[in-house]
Design a protein around this ligand. Sequence first.
Ligand code: FES
Length: 146
Amino acid sequence: MNEKENQSELLNHLHELQNSHPQQYITEEALNQTTQKFGLTKAEVYGVVSYYSMFSLKPRGKYIIRICQSPVCHLMGSQSLTEFLKQKLGVAVGETTNDGIFTIEHTECLGQCGKAPSMMVNKDVFTELSIDKLETLIEKLKTEAK
Ligand code: FES
């Protein structure tokens, strides 16, 4: 296997570990298991995990809300959506609510610039967002999480 294939297998493995954890993060145990499986040092695996923003070493919420911060969404008001979310959920970007339901994160362009501002909630993309739309979605997700 060449280096590129190894890297790709490592990333897939880390994705699987993260996705299979109910709190959507890579645990210390998972890091250790990865070092053994791939014959890497802990620092090497840690380097990969911290390089890619899609990986987390902290427990995250059931719903990870990723607001696009790229230029078009930024121009179309993604900053005020972020401010609204921070206020509504009482957490900063990168943090998880105490009830473990929501985590707020930022993301780069989601390829939905024509329908900006956009965001993802887990694997679903939402576009043409407004504060009203966002508030309705948050309430719906809160109800579903119970
Ligand atoms: S800039 Fe936000 S989807 Fe492209």
